[in-house]
Design a protein around this ligand. Structure first.
Ligand SMILES: [Zn+2]
Length: 428
């Protein structure tokens, strides 16, 4: 493995220099690739699987590494098994998950294993929220702002809606909104929450599952509640997709259903599998979210698909005679539903454990105070002994990798460095 060749006692840049020279890659990329390889070394089952199939490219290995950067090493054996299972094809023509899907799935696994990661009531200040401006010689300037994901999703939705309404670019729409020259247009964002699971987490498309504090914040802003069970059976002969059905489709599909395409469902068209003109109904079993690009390809007849009404799986028929299956990953899918239930159970179990530990600490402190009062000669500041009572051992191991995910996925076809991922037909 490449990572084995690195002498850890030498400064990183010295190590990278030779690789940078021989590969022509930037030192940052070399570093990230090496970290990805080092992480693979910590996942023996995945490594063995990969050495057999060579199916994971560096972008996917980096996705594994960045998703695991905050993970407690104690979970690695369990994660190794789960990630290997996830990256093992179970059906013929199953597409390899995109780097974005890999990151998302591993984060969900981590949340499930350590509910504390996603349910931190304190919602610690996000370390990376920054704002800066860079002026260039050609008279342009970049504005850079990093927000929490739900806020960014809301801003982006407003920008895109205004750009479409006024038929202007996204940057121009930003300017109009920020300078106050345009009040903007109203946008709707869907939140998803299981109504039959107490204190279930909220899913906001693009931002993902929210922690309890953000869940409460966003729920307080909700103006309409729609029952998705009702939407599942909704059907009309009208062409337009009503809001309730739009919400269901977004919650099922999450993104464009062309395999590996990252365009959020929010910005996709609802495509009638069987054309409306040919008698196709406007219902969940005949509608699929497709981005404009893939919608056009389908309309032109270059690609075709079949939607499985029960599972929501989409089978794509490609021009070369191959076929590939796309599995939805939205919050309304069976997998997500199972995840919510396990997540809530684990969180409750963890809270109960924390409560019992707090009680035990209190009992111990009371006993110590009691003892100290009985023997005043042994120390004047007996009450000072309790100052550590709130301390909890840091759960992170010392070799914690703190590199942020430096490979953010840009959504859209032209900017996404990893995609849109072409389907990879994995045959068994
Ligand atoms: Zn697409």
């Amino acid at each position: 493995m490449l990572a084995d060749a690195v002498d850890e006692t030498v400064d990183c840049d010295v190590n990278y220099a030779a690789i940078v020279r021989s590969t022509g890659l930037g030192s940052r990329t070399v570093e990230r690739n090496l970290m990805a390889m080092a992480t693979l070394d910590e996942l023996p089952a995945l490594r063995a699987h990969h050495e057999q199939l060579h199916h994971l490219d560096l972008a996917r290995l980096r996705a594994v590494e960045s998703a695991l950067a905050m993970a407690d090493r104690a979970y690695f054996p369990e994660l190794d098994e789960r990630i290997t299972r996830y990256l093992t094809a179970t059906r013929p023509h199953q597409p390899l998950p995109s780097p974005k899907s890999i990151r998302k799935r591993i984060k969900a696994m981590l949340d499930e294993l350590d509910a504390s990661l996603a349910t931190d009531e304190e919602d610690p200040e996000l370390p990376g929220t920054t704002y800066s401006m860079k002026i260039h010689d050609d008279g342009t300037a970049d504005l850079f702002a990093r927000f929490d994901a739900p806020t960014a999703a809301a801003i982006d939705a407003r920008v895109r809606a205004l750009a479409e309404e006024r038929r202007i670019g996204h940057a121009a729409a930003h300017a109009l909104l920020l300078t106050g020259e345009d009040a903007g247009v109203k946008v709707h964002m869907n939140l998803y929450r299981a109504h039959d699971v107490e204190e279930a987490p909220v899913y906001l498309p693009r931002a993902g599952w929210l922690n309890p504090r953000r869940s409460a914040e966003w729920l307080a802003r909700a103006s309409t509640v729609r029952d998705m069970d009702e939407a599942a059976t909704f059907s009309t002969d009208a062409y337009r997709t009503p809001a309730i059905l739009e919400a269901l489709l977004e919650g099922r599909d999450d993104v464009c259903r062309y395999p590996g395409c990252p365009v959020p469902a929010q910005f996709c068209d609802n495509d009638h599998m069987l054309n409306h003109a040919d008698g196709g109904t406007t219902s969940a079993d005949n509608l699929v979210n497709l981005c404009r690009h893939h919608h056009n390809l389908k309309t032109a007849g270059h690609i075709r698909y079949v939607l499985d009404a029960v599972t929501g799986h989409v089978i794509w028929l490609l021009p070369n005679g191959e076929w590939v299956e796309d599995i939805p990953e939205g919050p309304l899918t069976t997998d997500s539903r199972r995840w919510v239930q396990t997540f809530v159970q684990r969180r409750d179990a963890r809270n109960e454990r924390a409560r019992l530990e707090a009680q035990a600490r209190k009992r111990l402190r009371d006993e110590l105070l009691e003892k100290a009062r009985d023997t005043p000669d042994e120390g004047d500041d007996a009450t000072g002994g309790g100052e550590d009572e709130g301390d909890v051992a840091c759960p992170w191991s010392a070799d914690l990798l703190t590199e942020p995910d430096a490979d953010p996925q840009t959504e859209g076809h032209t900017q996404d460095p990893d995609g849109p991922d072409e389907p990879v037909g994995l045959r068994q």
